[in-house]
Design a protein around this ligand. Structure first.
Ligand code: PGA
Length: 258
């Protein structure tokens, strides 16, 4: 059975002091939520300190990117081994900002995905279409292409050790959330596509939705049958919002068990 996961993506925000203040505000309420799973993806320089604060808690540590190469002469790179060393459990791979701002291709994202797995990290593979692609009716083709690059490089079975995040680019940081039905339709497509090759793997795969998730819309999104939680950007920096989203995941788990 799939368990809901909520991961905060702090992006390049905050300071050491603000990260610590945020953790101080979210950790006590989150410690009471035992049903779902939680993580925060912190900026590289703060990973060690954030990891220290999360120790022994029910919130896992994640990073926002990983180098596509093994250790070596890659100035500025941060390897999977280093992230594992810092206590990371998750790492975002192929976030749309990495793709659009830093020019990351499907193949680079796939190499990063492989590096994460190699070092025992769980990659959260981010896929999703831009507005023009949605309007052109190519949403499914785009997410299929992004997914296929990973499957081609590592094999379908590597998905069993990963999480997928469907993040329509037009919904990221725009305040324009996909409707629960729009999210469900793409999530169902992703799962069906994988199920055509391996139903068991597809049934177990956690697929998060990301893009302007807030406390006010999280419960409706998480109630969709193929939405297994959320990847949260802006709202993960606001303690009350993030806690409300985490509570919505806990609520969805409780409803599922009735
Ligand atoms: P947002 O970002 O919640 O601010 O839209 C989501 C993401 O980029 O992961």
């Amino acid at each position: 059975m799939r368990v809901k996961l909520v991961a905060g993506n702090w992006k390049m925000n905050g300071s050491l002091a603000s990260c610590q203040a945020l953790l101080k505000a979210i950790m006590p309420p989150l410690s009471a939520l035992k049903r779902a799973r939680y993580a925060v993806c912190a900026p590289y320089p703060y990973l060690a300190a954030v990891g220290q604060a999360l120790k022994g808690s029910n919130v896992a540590l994640g990073a926002q990117d990983v180098c596509q190469f093994e250790d070596g002469a890659y100035t500025g790179g941060v390897s999977g081994a280093m992230l594992a060393d810092c206590g990371c459990r998750y790492v975002l791979v192929g976030h749309s900002e990495r793709r659009s701002v830093f020019g990351e291709t499907d193949e680079v994202a796939a190499a990063k995905f492989a590096q994460a797995l190699r070092h025992g990290l769980t990659p959260i593979l981010c896929i999703g279409e831009a507005l023009a692609e949605r309007e052109a009716g190519t949403t499914e083709a785009v997410v299929a292409r992004q997914l296929d690059a990973v499957i081609r490089q590592g094999g379908l079975e590597t998905l069993a050790r990963s999480v997928v995040a469907y993040e329509p680019v037009w919904a990221i940081g725009t305040g324009k959330t996909a409707t629960p039905q729009q999210a469900q339709a793409v999530h169902a497509y992703i799962r069906a596509r994988i199920a055509a090759a391996d139903r068991r793997l597809a049934d177990a795969l956690v697929i998060l939705y990301g893009g302007s998730v807030k406390g006010a819309n999280a419960a409706q999104l998480f109630a969709m049958p193929d939405v297994d939680g959320g990847l949260i950007g802006g709202a993960s920096l606001v303690a009350d919002e993030f806690v409300a989203i985490c509570r919505a995941a806990q609520g969805a788990e409780e409803t599922a068990r009735i």
